[in-house]
Design a binder for this molecule. Structure first.
Ligand SMILES: C[S@@+](CC[C@H](N)C(=O)[O-])C[C@H]1O[C@@H](n2cnc3c(N)ncnc32)[C@H](O)[C@@H]1O
Length: 239
C-alpha cells in the first residue's frame, strides 16, 4: 500500500496546472504522423511566426549572449552543427563567432525553414540540408560542437535524438541544448507549438543515458533565473 505522502505526490503530478495545460498532441500521434505534422506546421505560417516570436521574447537578441566567448564558446571548433536550425537564428550568431576556417552546417526537417534561413543569412557559408536529427547523415565523431535549440520538444523519444547527437559529436565535444521546461509558461508554449515540455531532473537523467555530461546550466538574464522563465539552457559534454 502506498503512503499518504506518495498518494498526494501522485495527485499533484496528475492535476498540476502545467500538466493540464501542456499539449497532448505529441503523446497521441504515431511517430510518422507527428513528424509529418511538425514538418508541415513549420513549412507553413507557423515557421514565419518563429521569427516574430523570437523578436517579441527577446530571443533574437539573447542568442548573442549565450553563444560567444563568455557563454557557449565555439572558438577552435572546426566543424559545428546547428541541429534543427529553423530560420537560422543561431547560425547567424555562429557565423560571427566561429573561426574563419570552421565548417558550419544547419539541418532541419522543414524545407520551408531552411529557405527562411537561407534568405535571412544571405551567406553561402553555412551548408544547409534537410535531415532528421534522429537520423543524421554523418559518421560518428564528426562535430566539435552542436547547437540544439528548441527541437528536443518535438521528439517523442528525446533519448533517440540525444543519443544521435552524442554519436556525431567528437569525444569531448560540446552541445548547447535549449528546450521548453515543464512550467506553466512552458506548457502554454507547448500548446502553441504542439510540442512536449521537459522536467529538468528527467532531462538530466536522459542526458546521462545518452552519454552526455551536464556541464553548465545557463540563464538568459538574472530575471529569467529568478522567475524560472526562458526554458532549460544547458551546455553538455560528450563523455
Ligand atoms: C521552434 S523551431 C527552433 C528553430 C531554431 N533552432 C531556433 O531556435 O530558432 C523548431 C525547429 O525544429 C525543426 N524540427 C523539428 N523536429 C525535427 C527533427 N526531428 N529533425 C530536424 N528538425 C526538426 C522544425 O522544423 C523547426 O524548424
Amino acid at each position: 500500500m502506498q503512503s499518504p505522502k506518495s498518494n498526494i505526490a501522485q495527485l499533484r503530478k496528475r492535476f498540476s496546472i502545467s500538466q493540464w495545460i501542456a499539449s497532448k498532441v505529441p503523446h497521441r500521434k504515431s511517430p510518422d504522423v507527428y513528424r509529418n505534422m511538425v514538418k508541415s506546421y513549420y513549412n507553413g505560417p507557423a515557421g514565419w511566426f518563429t521569427l516574430l516570436s523570437g523578436l517579441l521574447t527577446g530571443h533574437e537578441v539573447l542568442a548573442e549572449r549565450v553563444i560567444g566567448p563568455n557563454g557557449f564558446d565555439v572558438r577552435g571548433c572546426k566543424k559545428v552543427l546547428d541541429a534543427g536550425t529553423g530560420n537560422g537564428r543561431y547560425l547567424r550568431v555562429l557565423l560571427k563567432q566561429v573561426d574563419p576556417d570552421a565548417e558550419l552546417i544547419g539541418c532541419d526537417l522543414s524545407i520551408g525553414m531552411l529557405r527562411r534561413a537561407h534568405q535571412r543569412l544571405k551567406s553561402t557559408r553555412p551548408h544547409l540540408l534537410t535531415a532528421d536529427v534522429t537520423r543524421l547523415p554523418y559518421q560518428d565523431a564528426t562535430f566539435d560542437a552542436v547547437i540544439f535549440g528548441w527541437v528536443l520538444e518535438h521528439l517523442q523519444e528525446p533519448l533517440h535524438g540525444l543519443r544521435e547527437l552524442a554519436r556525431v559529436l567528437k569525444p569531448g565535444g560540446k552541445l548547447l541544448l535549449m528546450t521548453t521546461e515543464h512550467t506553466v509558461l512552458g506548457a502554454i508554449c507547448s500548446r502553441v507549438y504542439h510540442c512536449r515540455t521537459t522536467k529538468r531532473s528527467e532531462l538530466k537523467e536522459v542526458c546521462r543515458l545518452a552519454g552526455l555530461t551536464w556541464h553548465r546550466e545557463r540563464f538568459w538574464t538574472p530575471v529569467h533565473k529568478w522567475t524560472g522563465a526562458g526554458g532549460i539552457v544547458v551546455e553538455l559534454h560528450r563523455s
